[in-house]
Design a protein around this ligand. Structure first.
Ligand code: FES
Length: 576
């Protein structure tokens, strides 16, 4: 029996009419209007976020997933109630999906809070959706379980396996360099996304799927089955059943998202050669739970966490191959000595207990052993120096080793428009050993910190066969990209960070070995430049853009809105 002081199901969060009895009476009358009986309304109510959208093919299996989740909920004795929230499709959102992540998190949080539900299944997949849902759920505080939509299949182009989006960029670079013709670029365009689902390499979507499982927020094995498989539908059914279980046991999200869970997720991020975006997302999710992320400690963790997963862009394979190799159980088993095995998961069992229950290991070539890694350190390194006093990052596992210790002349672009105007000009004064610098693509600069940090190589150098250059910006890049690319320079140029004052011809030094990114210009000269050309911080007159520009934090704070982080501070992670 539910106690009056402990409302559940449809009795939760009554609408304010000044008469609680009437509020419940009215609510039941309306939901009965949808054909539900009193018997159904006595069950635990499980909300399901439906993030299907014609603008989001990565969520193209949403109707089937919702059906399977509903089945799982019903079989376990719950009442499923589906409701919509914002959906963000990566390549359909302007100026960038990141601009909308916090809005989706607020939508998710407030709908979880406003509507009566005892637990929620959040269905997400495309890059910003899973972070937004975890951020929102962490703030709402309900029992919650994450369901991933699943990756797309791979395609085949003239005998070669291809998939979004590492191969999208690779083929586009070949086209820009006149290595392939219009016919071929049109042909490959038909093969890169051969099914619905999320990008098939270790981009942000796959990274966040693995992180969600490492956090204990999905059912075991929830990260890797492709979107169109029966395995993905079984995961969905299981997820529905787990949601009923956590509703009954009141296993709220704060019991799952602990410092141990975040440290496990960081290990996994480093060991999968995961997307750099995930650092920003993990920082934001942790911030909602009251944890600050110490980037230097994360870097120390990286020095003792090898990349084990042989997936593009750091390796060779695709998500469907990771799934066939046993998925996260295979990876987590290999990482066991580095993990907190006592971290709790949504099943009510610990990560270690789930690993004991997983199918036995078998011979496979996608997850390497720790003594034979893809890369001897974690995929991401944190850089520091006078160009980035608040830090910057580089995905070292997807960079050219020859460029990781490099000093060169800066070739500066003031923003995206300047880049578009000049990058392909034959008159551009640029050589292969120069360093390309792009300003004003940080959180406030663009705004929304777009994935424009993968600065295209100047066409005239691409035609000469140049494949990589050191590139530096305050923006992000897609997790699917490859190159020696320094990102997330903090503080950003749009608020007057040192990046704002870099000039053409300045010397810059990158040393990944020493974790250094330095502008070889004196502090006095930088101060003189700042005074001569003060930065105008972007503003907006109204609306969401005003909220965004007024409250968005820097990359090291997760690019969350400052008022959304938890006011209660629990500590700093990782605690190495
Ligand atoms: Fe949606 Fe890549 S575009 S996951």
């Amino acid at each position: 029996m539910t106690k009056p002081e402990d409302p559940a199901g449809m009795r939760k969060g009554l609408t304010n009419y000044g008469d609680a009895g009437f509020s419940l009476f009215l609510r039941k009358a309306f939901i009965k209007g949808a054909g539900l009986t009193d018997h159904a309304l006595d069950r635990p109510v499980i909300g399901i976020t439906d993030t299907g959208s014609g603008y989001n093919p990565c969520h193209g299996n949403m109707p089937q997933l919702v059906e399977a989740v509903q089945r799982g909920i019903m079989l376990a004795g719950g009442l499923p109630v589906k409701f919509p929230t914002i959906s963000i499709g990566e390549s359909f959102a302007a100026p960038t999906s990141m601009y909308l992540r916090n809005l989706m998190s607020m939508d998710t949080e407030e709908m979880l809070r406003a509507q009566p539900m005892d637990a929620v299944v959040m269905i997400g997949g495309c890059d910003k959706t899973v972070p937004a849902q975890l951020m929102g759920a962490a703030s709402a505080g309900l029992p919650a379980v994450q369901l991933i939509t699943g990756s797309m299949l791979t395609g085949s182009h003239r005998g070669e396996t291809v998939g979004a989006c590492t191969d999208c960029r690779r083929y586009w670079a070949k086209f820009r360099a006149d290595e392939i013709d219009q016919q071929e670029i049109d042909d490959v365009n038909n093969q890169l996304v051969p099914s619905i689902g999320t990008c098939s390499v270790m981009g942000t979507a796959s990274t966040m799927a693995c992180i969600a499982e490492a956090l204990g927020m999905t059912v075991p094995g929830g990260a890797s089955p492709p979107a169109v498989t029966s395995a993905r539908m079984r995961v969905a059914e299981q997820t529905g059943a787990v949601a009923v279980q956590i509703a009954k046991s009141r296993l709220t999200i704060d019991k799952i998202l602990t410092e141990k869970a975040f440290e496990n997720a960081m290990r996994v991020l480093l060991a999968i050669g995961g997307s750099t975006n995930a650092i920003v997302h993990l920082t934001a999710i942790a911030g909602r739970c009251g944890f600050d992320v110490d980037l230097k400690a994360l870097d120390r963790m990286g020095r003792e966490t090898p990349v084990l997963l042989d997936l593009k862009p750091s390796g060779q394979h695709y998500m469907e191959h990771f799934d066939a190799a046993g998925g996260m159980a295979t990876l987590l088993r290999e990482l066991k000595p580095l993990l907190h095995l006592d971290a709790l998961t949504v099943t009510g069992r610990t990560l270690g207990e789930e690993l004991e229950r997983a199918s036995p290991p078998f011979k496979q070539d996608v997850v390497r052993s720790r003594d034979n890694p893809i890369y001897r350190e974690g995929g991401i390194a944190v850089l520091q120096g006078n160009l980035a006093p608040g830090g910057a990052i580089i995905k070292q596992s997807a960079a050219d080793p020859k460029l990781m210790e490099h000093e060169g002349r800066a070739v500066v672009f003031e923003g995206l428009q300047d880049l578009a105007t000049r990058i392909d000009s034959d008159d551009l004064d640029v050589k292969a050993d120069d360093i390309l610098v792009l300003k004003n693509i940080g959180p406030k600069g663009a705004p929304g910190m777009p994935e424009a940090g993968y600065i295209p190589l100047p066409r005239k150098l691409a035609r000469q066969g140049v494949k990589d250059m050191v590139r530096i910006s305050d923006g992000r890049m897609s997790g699917t990209a490859f190159g020696t690319i320094v990102l997330h320079v903090t503080p950003e140029s749009a608020i007057g960070g040192p990046l704002a004052h870099v000039k053409n011809g300045d010397r810059i030094r990158l040393s990944v070995k020493n974790r250094e990114i330095s502008l070889l210009v004196s502090g006095e000269e930088l101060a003189r430049r700042a005074q001569a050309q003060p930065v105008q911080v972007p503003t907006a007159a109204r609306g969401y853009r005003k909220l965004f520009l007024t409250t968005v934090t820097q990359a090291d704070q997760g690019v969350d809105f400052d008022f959304l982080a938890s006011p209660e501070k629990k500590g700093t992670i990782p605690r190495t």
